[in-house]
Ligand binder design. Sequence first.
Ligand code: TTP
Ligand code: MG
Length: 377
Amino acid sequence: HMDLDTFFVSCERLINPALWGKPVIIGGKSDRGVVASCSYEARYFGVHAAMPARYARQRCPDAIWIRGDMEMYSQKSTEVTEIIQEKAPLFEKASIDEFYLDISGMDRFFGSYQWTSELQNSIIQESGLPISFGLSANKTVAKIATSEGKPNGKLYIPQQKVKPFLNPLSISKIPMIGHASQKLLFRVGIKQIQTLAETPVEILEQLFGKNGRVMHRKANGIDPSEVLPEQEAKSLSTEHTFGKDSMDINGMKSLLTAFAEKLCYQLRKQNKVCSVVTVKIRYNNFDTHNRQCKIPYSASDDLIIERAKELFDKIYEKRLRIRLIGLRLSGLVGGGHQINLFDDTNQKIALLQATDQIRNRYGKYAIQRASAFKPLK
Ligand code: TTP
Ligand code: MG
């Protein structure tokens, strides 16, 4: 597993070396903003990713704030991806700045640790960005090793060291354990990975359903999931043909709302953001019209719902009956977790995360905006 160090900050330092050695925060500084990425000098004061700007300002008043430039970051991300692609036999891009590589077999020729160290050096030399790696027997342990070794880390955990490595760590280090699961586990007295590993799996199943079993396995250093080479989707779309042609404008907008919610959820699940929104209308005479607009990179429902409705207003010719309506999100790039945009407020992000968690657990239609529910006339 490889992950770039303080990725957005490191990109900014490339174009402005004066930022080296200083506390730097990427994100919106206003009361509504959040921290997207921060340098270690800022972390020293307790600043961390996803922290509301208000708190970050209090903790580190001297930090240098930069609003961020997604365009540049995704370009640098592509540059690093290309270096890895050229050298690695099989890799998966897991987010804007992290990669899983399956290098089984390389050890016979080079020794895996040496091979990965050389790749790390090439990335640093060629892209100018610092990157850390964790090398181990599976994805989960490798990812945890990366974060333990950061920054400029290179940590190798051979199979026989996996348990001793994991045991003393906090359960929060296991990638699937988010804030809510952590709270629940803390409440029943499970804080260390070792305790989690020794908890009977039935108890975890009672608490977390099927996920409990996976969690238990991961705590024991077991993760059979494979490195999946990228099958890059260029766009996400959905459309619906009506049983009966309609000219109900509010009903159409409600449907577009439901489409946008569904697609944005898919985007966030894939750690992606989009930059183009397209609405498609087919009238009952089969005339088909598309209209698209560019947006700043986003996976946020609010913005995309708003744009979709505006596009609909622009292309819909009143009193014509509609046979089909569709929504497409394109211009996709890896977006780095769930928070991509500097305009999202804490409450909005918390709301998206909470609804995503409900969907992850109970299915993608478990929760929807009421405005996505207007029956079509
Ligand atoms: P991370 O790899 O989690 O963070 P990082 O690269 O800044 O720091 P680290 O050295 O610990 O890896 O995320 C990669 C980028 O994704 C990060 O630079 C900014 C973006 N991001 C957000 O926009 N919001 C978030 O909440 C997080 C965690 C990351
Ligand atoms: Mg990173």
